[in-house]
Write a protein that binds this ligand. Structure first.
Ligand SMILES: Cc1cc2nc3c(=O)[nH]c(=O)nc-3n(C[C@H](O)[C@H](O)[C@H](O)COP(=O)(O)OP(=O)(O)OC[C@H]3O[C@@H](n4cnc5c(N)ncnc54)[C@H](O)[C@@H]3O)c2cc1C
Length: 83
């Protein structure tokens, strides 16, 4: 059995990026969101610390990358603990 759906915009991906776009467009257009697999399989589902992004004019992508790598050092097992 086939189904036919008609929308103005097809957003591929149901993570933070796709859903942010869908929400921004929702008042102006009919949106369909498509993802592969289950909704909880994307990275957004695992972002327990909240989504961090470069928004302030005094922030920078380089600083964001440095902060992310610093956090990774604190949250990853040390080479000795990895066995
Ligand atoms: C374990 C973990 C912890 C994290 N913690 C944090 C955090 O604390 N703070 C932070 O800021 N960031 C964190 N991140 C990073 C953050 O989750 C991602 O940068 C962000 O969620 C990416 O959003 P996205 O919408 O681009 O991708 P995703 O959320 O991965 O969404 C991708 C979407 O695309 C769909 N898709 C993929 N391929 C196809 C295809 N071929 N056809 C159709 N659909 C497809 C998927 O089904 C999914 O719906 C973490 C990531 C992980 C993995």
């Amino acid at each position: 059995m086939s189904h036919y759906h008609a929308h103005d915009v097809l957003v591929i991906g149901s993570g933070a990026a796709g859903l942010s776009l869908a929400l921004q467009l929702a008042e102006r257009a009919s949106i369909a969101v498509l993802c592969k697999g289950e909704l909880n399989e994307g990275a957004t589902y695992w972002a327990q610390g909240g989504i961090a992004a470069v928004l302030h004019k005094n922030d920078s992508v380089d600083s964001h990358v440095a902060d992310t790598l610093t956090c990774l050092l604190y949250t990853s097992p040390s080479p000795r603990d990895r066995g």
